[in-house]
Design a protein around this ligand. Structure first.
Ligand code: AP5
Length: 183
């Protein structure tokens, strides 16, 4: 199975859930910028203080701040597989990732796009109840996704890396679809 991966998709599609399971079963390092940022918020760091209000509004944290986190994490990679979950989220982030990976000589093998209807996304997030999971913020996150992140679909399609996977059904059913698509 391919093991240098990006996960792309709207909020609530199951990126974090699927990434955690696959990284465990296929010995990949799971790098979630959302989790890293929430860790900074919980630790009360300067970076976390800067990010918290932005995240709670459902906006994107600045590219510079996210890139600073990702760069230090990528430099600590050991040559095994990895899965970037929730990053890149904008075209400038994708462009900044390229020289980093070229330097590491670890090109992306596939970009998995998890696709799901808005109604199911919203239902999943509302039943989770994270700080940014109320209806108004969810709608904003979906808008931000369409405006700033969805252009990455064509970006990676053009590079021949995009694999679309339907994200409805049980967690196990989606996992099996992803594994099959990455063979
Ligand atoms: P981030 O943490 O990346 O959140 P997100 O993209 O909005 O995604 P979610 O975590 O909501 O959804 P998911 O697709 O991971 O689904 P999950 O597995 O959790 O980002 C949060 C914020 O951080 C951003 O808004 C932004 O402010 C900032 N940020 C992060 N990265 C950034 C970046 N690169 N640049 C700038 N800012 C950045 O599942 C959702 C729920 O559904 C869970 O409860 C789960 O248990 C459930 N579920 C999952 N799969 C299934 C299934 N098959 N059936 C039923 N329930 C399911």
């Amino acid at each position: 199975m391919k093991t240098r991966l990006l996960f792309l998709g709207p909020p609530g599609a199951g990126k974090g859930t699927q990434a955690a399971g696959l990284c465990e079963s296929h010995a990949m390092k799971h790098l979630s910028t959302g989790d890293l940022l929430r860790g900074e918020v919980a630790a009360g760091s300067e970076l976390g203080k800067e990010a918290e209000a932005v995240m709670n509004r459902g906006e994107l944290v600045s590219d510079a701040l996210v890139l600073a986190i990702v760069e230090s994490q990528m430099k600590a990679l050991d040559g095994g597989g990895w899965l970037l979950d929730g990053f890149p989220r904008t075209v400038p982030q994708a462009e900044a990732l390229e020289p980093l990976l070229a330097q590491l000589r670890q090109p992306i093998e596939a970009v998995v796009l998890l696709e799901l209807d808005d109604a199911v996304l919203i239902e999943r997030m509302l039943s989770r109840g994270r700080a940014d999971d109320n209806e108004a913020v969810i709608r904003n996150r979906l808008e931000v996704y369409r405006e700033k992140t969805a252009p990455l679909i064509d970006y990676y399609k053009t590079l021949g890396l995009l694999i679309s996977v339907p994200a409805e059904g049980s967690v196990d059913a989606v996992t099996q679809r992803i594994i099959k698509a990455l063979d």
